[in-house]
Design a protein around this ligand. Structure first.
Ligand SMILES: Nc1ncnc2c1ncn2[C@@H]1O[C@H](COP(=O)(O)OP(=O)(O)O)[C@@H](O)[C@H]1O
Ligand SMILES: [Mg+2]
Length: 366
């Protein structure tokens, strides 16, 4: 992962709110600073306010309250075309009547650039996205992936320091999406540009970003690097939204600084990290990742609690085995084990015992 060069805020949202109808706030109280060169993703379910945030930064929507700054300057009264921001959206929005070359040349003409310089820049931008041979084509004569590469080149051609992308790969098939994810992050890092990227696809967010802001209901639920989001979710929404997660519900029975004991609704007792619970008697959802569950008791701490489980389903997935269990009253408990030569393949109907390290199990809000 790239090191961000300085911590100064290049983009800053301060106490930003947005309402379209004067009543409902679709963005509630956004505070977010993005350093230069960072690849930051807004991730969240549909309707959570991601596009609205991007549109306010681009200047196509105005904030109802608060301040947005770009390189230290408040942009509230600067029109979109004067903000110097490159943009890519899901539905390409290339001009259909123009060739690829003309599409790229257009933002440069708007900036009153001379012909020779325009040609150099267009060529360079197309080469960057491996579309150098396509300058004479029209959008209708290209595949979706090719059009999206051109859209990317068009966003980069005037060498903006900031590029906004709203679900730019949403319309493409999985393999092409993965290729372009890789190309976009490489290009962004090579050029040193700052990217604010929007997606509802958590895998995309985790693989591409330096940091991810998880959105729900107009608020940032957690802002962190990908590994921290996955391994240290701070609430149940994030634990559930990022990656695969097992949830068991219960009540906090004892609580200390870094351990709590939870009595599950099934009556079983387990140990967990108290993350988003405060006191004895609090209801909690405990969260445990499928790959952190141990079926080999020798790998647990002495005295660790274990739970009885019945194997319901065993799925061979090549690199891993995914096993569904009945545990503490739920039939949806999933564990993942590596396909190693000594790893047992669990047969449905088998009774086993499972456990985990308390630090891998997080007691979150109910
Ligand atoms: N132009 C608009 N006028 C009125 N309501 C809008 C408009 N754009 C978005 N909304 C509403 O604002 C909320 C957030 O939308 P949006 O920012 O598009 O979310 P996301 O991009 O996360 O799906 C939604 O409830 C949506 O219906
Ligand atoms: Mg959107």
């Amino acid at each position: 992962m790239k090191q961000v060069k300085n911590d100064e805020a290049f983009v800053a949202f301060e106490r930003v709110q947005k309402s379209y109808d004067g009543e409902v706030l679709v963005v509630k109280d956004l505070n977010l600073t993005i350093p230069k060169g960072e690849f930051l993703t807004l991730l969240g379910p549909s309707g959570s306010g991601k596009t609205t945030c991007l549109m306010m930064l681009a200047g196509f929507e105005t904030a109802t309250h608060g301040d947005i700054r770009l390189d230290g300057v408040s942009v509230n009264n600067i029109p979109p075309h004067k903000r110097g921001i490159g943009m890519v959206f899901q539905n390409y929005a290339l001009f259909p009547h123009m060739t690829v070359g003309e599409n790229l040349s257009f933002p440069l003409e708007v900036r009153k650039m001379g012909k020779a310089e325009r040609e150099t820049k267009v060529k360079r931008a197309l080469d960057m996205v491996q579309m150098g041979d396509f300058a004479a084509r029209r959008p209708a004569q290209m595949s979706g992936g090719q059009q999206q590469r051109v859209a990317l080149a068009r966003a980069l051609v005037f060498e903006p320091e900031l590029v906004l992308m709203d679900e730019p790969l949403g319309a493409l098939d999985k393999q092409l999406r993965e290729t372009l994810q890789f190309e976009i992050t490489n290009l962004a890092h090579e050029l040193g540009i700052t990217v604010v990227y929007v997606t509802h696809d958590q895998t995309e967010a985790l693989t591409m970003s330096d940091r991810v802001a998880v959105f729900d209901d107009g608020r940032i639920q957690q802002l962190a690097p990908p590994d921290e989001l996955y391994e240290k979710p701070i609430n149940s929404f994030v634990a559930q939204f990022i990656g695969e997660n097992n949830t068991l519900t219960g009540v906090v029975q004892e609580i200390g600084a870094d351990r709590c004991t939870v009595r599950l609704d099934s009556g079983d007792i387990i140990d967990a990290m108290p993350v988003n619970v405060n006191a004895v008697g609090d209801r909690t959802k405990v969260s445990i990742r499928p790959e952190r569950v141990e079926i080999d008791k020798t790998r647990l701490q002495p005295g660790a609690h274990t739970l009885k489980a019945e194997v319901l389903e065993f799925i061979y997935m090549g690199d891993i085995f995914r096993t569904r269990l009945r545990v503490a009253g739920t039939d949806e408990f999933v564990i993942k084990t590596r396909n190693a030569p000594d790893q047992v393949r669990l047969t449905p109907g088998t009774q086993i015992e499972i456990g985990w390290l308390a630090q891998d199990c997080r007691a979150l809000d109910a």
